[in-house]
Design a binder for this molecule. Sequence first.
Ligand code: COA
Length: 426
Amino acid sequence: MKALEGVKILDFTHVQSGPTCTQLLAWFGADVIKVERPGVGDITRGQLQDIPGVDSLYFTMLNHNKRSITLDTKNPQGKKVLEELVKVCDVMVENFAPGALERMGFSWERVQQLNPRIILASIKGFGPGPYEDCKVYENVAQCTGGAASTTGFRDGPPLVTGAQIGDSGTGLHLALGIVAALYQRTKSGRGQRVTAAMQDGVLNLCRVKLRDQQRLAHGPLKEYSQYGEGIPFGDAVPRAGNDSGGGQPGWILKCKGWETDPNAYIYFITQAPVWEQICDVIGKPEWKTDPDYAKPAARLPKLKHIFNTIEQWTMTKTKFEVMDLLNKYDIPCGPILSMKEILEEQSLRQTGTVVEVDHPTRGKYFSVGNPIKLSDSPTEVTRSPLLGEHTEEILRDVLRLSESQIREIKAAGALEEAPPRKAAAS
Ligand code: COA
């Protein structure tokens, strides 16, 4: 048994945010039926293609363990099929632009009418308010959710991060909402509407920065290195470079080879309880008793000098040597790992966090497996579906349609790419 075995998900998602959510549900055992536009499918199938004519890694890495049905939901017969799917599924997930689902004829009222037990889960860029009608992609969410204004260096422009906190982050939030709604349904017997806005999801992940915004009213943020540099704070939380963001100061320091290797760095945390060990390791035993260095508060104004001194030591060793040495003394640190190094890391392969998947047209490729491990519900990652691979199977097995009913749907053009619309007369 898998944790979500028996749960049927009508997956009307595309691009990254929604597919992240439904992929997680599939990994927990749900039957995820991805509805795609005939002929085209999820737009990411054809985006950033590395092999011509083959589903992109963008698509394959976000749609494992799903089935694909192609359906023109703007065709009356196609719409009928979608209605039948709504009736038999437990959850419908979508992340279309605001209003698109309603234009298709699937308002929350209509969906509930069709199936009062269904959970309708949506991702939009913004919640209700001035921007609710806007289309949103990852970096827009990072900018409007507070991440960009607090990422980067104080003397540089705002920065977006490579971690897809707007898309994958919100997908993760939505998955939790769905599972909570499924649990509530076991008692209430009813479905409900679950929504997650990308701006909200990013802000949730930037919680500590909203904390700092309010601390600013009571004085400078002493753990930010700009404090030690004597640079006054403005009225908003500044970008903090590689400052730790928590109560234990940290910084990224150069290691041996940094001149040629862009990732020869380590994150070093001067955690207070291990300060004495740090002093010994870096060859500064006198700092243990010097009143200018012995206590955390005394160190705050000199963080730059302290980290520069530690860096003189880290630069004499590779990042892995530094990691090994510091771990002996419980000094928290982390080497900067490149994607290449992560891909080669055997322990991640052994835990299934990095998996190799075989695909009929692409061949073998690596992907990120399920980062959430359930002891009673292990995840097996299976390949993403080809476009429409399971159309007939779903019509037969999920909707229990007869061959003649399937022929009728086909004849109505509901499973085929709609002919291009005539250009409006000018
Ligand atoms: N059959 C027929 N039509 C279909 C269909 C199907 N199977 N599946 C989708 N469509 C239609 C939709 O009904 C919609 O048509 P309409 O605009 O005429 O009503 C259209 O395809 C495309 O929807 P839309 O969501 O507007 O796509 P887009 O490519 O223009 O926008 C996003 C993409 C991501 C910007 C937008 O979907 C969005 O803002 N989503 C919410 C936020 C989000 O998740 N963003 C991050 C994505 S990683």
